[in-house]
Design a protein around this ligand. Sequence first.
Ligand code: G4P
Length: 534
Amino acid sequence: MKLPEEIARRKTFAIISHPDAGKTTLTEKFLLFGGAIQTAGAVKNNKIRKGATSDFMEIERQRGISVATSVMGFEYNGKRVNILDTPGHKDFAEDTFRTLTAVDSVILVVDSVKGVEEQTRKLMEVCRMRSTPVIIFVNKMDREGKDPFELLDELEKELTINLRPLTWPISQGKSFQGVYNIYREELNLFEADKIGIAGRKAHIPDLEDKSLYEYIDREFAEKLKEDKELLDTVYEDFDKNLYLDGLLAPVFFGSAINNFGVKELLETFLEIAPSPLPRPAKPREVEPAEKEMTGFIFKIHANLDPNHRDRIAFLRICSGRFERNKFYYHARLGKKLRFTNPTTFMANEKTLTEEAWPGDVVGLFDNGNLKIGDTLTTGETIQYKGIPSFSPEIFREVLNQDPFKTKQLDKGIRQLSEEGVAQLFIQQPGNRKIIGTVGELQFDVIQFRLLHEYGAKCGYRHLNYFKALWITCDNQQELDRFIHRKTSNIAWDKENKPVFLADTQWALKSAKEMFPSIAFHTTSDHKMELPSVV
Ligand code: G4P
């Protein structure tokens, strides 16, 4: 098939949510529709079980599963669907943020009872930062949740995005009747059904049509008509272009566990969601239909077998056709690399692939050449943008507990930070290693993996920094003056960029006042800020 057709039929996206809103359940239902899995429960265990085992053992278990579920690909109605998995646990938020750089759109799942939660807010910020098109699925309508109008208000306010409901619930909880599909002018009746595709359907373009009463009781019908009238006055008609620009989120209501509203969601998603788009890169934007292959690494997974050092790097193809055994140019190292065993993913199965297209994700076996953010091309020097490091929230100094294993410790920490497990900052004098993470769990993971994979024993010293902020200034002398003045709070990131480790919010404020020409950034790429972090 030709490149433009392959691009047009690809939809690469992520399902994201605050833990427990129903991301796994929805993913699984999509895979069942796509015939990629046969039984419910196949994706279920890809989440951190609460209280089952000690946390880091649980993470090791999860790490094993998540290699298999990193990309879940399937075919549906002639489309190639690639769902990129994101870890549910909040301590792995940064992993999720990085995965979001590799998708073309997202489906955000919200629990109808809980509404907007902490992770919902953060994930939406990352989507907004990148203008990613978002569809919202309000889940668990079979429970007594919030009033849908109030919920929409909350979503709009807290997520700072305009909304347009495309389906509308008729009651909820025990008396949930189903949804009216505004987009398809169809009544979709709810039947609790965990296995099949729930719901009878009736085409009712005009709600004044008496046939409505044949399907739902008068009280529900009247309420639906009232709601629909209100919706039509409050919300503009759905504008697909605003959605594609990331300015408007269509909203669907349903119940993932009951398979209700899921098929409509999937089919509308496939109809409106973007196929791979042009991507910004240095020094130029790249069109997916360009003949030459380009792509970037957004995730690295160490092999689970500690005796083998090889890793799987996940390459998102952005343009052209990727071919097995062909030499590709690694711009950062300036060298050519060839991949003899590239794999693609069909749900839980990894298969050797001969070729892949824009929007696809290919797993590349690597023994240390690839880092997160690296670009591969057929020869041109291009660097894909927009995979910044985010300011970590918890900091500890690494203490070497076995002087004979210093080399192993250095290597281990460097490799783990390349894999994105944590961020490494170096502080002078003395080459002090400071690790920054967004969650406590990573420290256990690092300690465990350093010992088991590198034979290096480490301890930690708690550091009470408030934030790590990347600093820049148009005037180099002024930057040097700041660095000199604040030496004990300055460290250097993996690219040797200076970072200010602020002790408190107050210390940051006073540093900003004292040095007004210094800019403090919450990400390593200061064109991509997370506005609410500081
Ligand atoms: P997550 O990946 O976002 O963390 O959520 P997950 O799909 O695991 O769902 C979290 C819980 O919510 C699960 O219950 C799941 O069965 C339930 N759930 C998902 N969709 C719906 C829905 O539409 N209605 C209702 N009432 N519940 C729903 P659990 O008890 O934690 O797990 P399990 O024992 O059911 O597996």
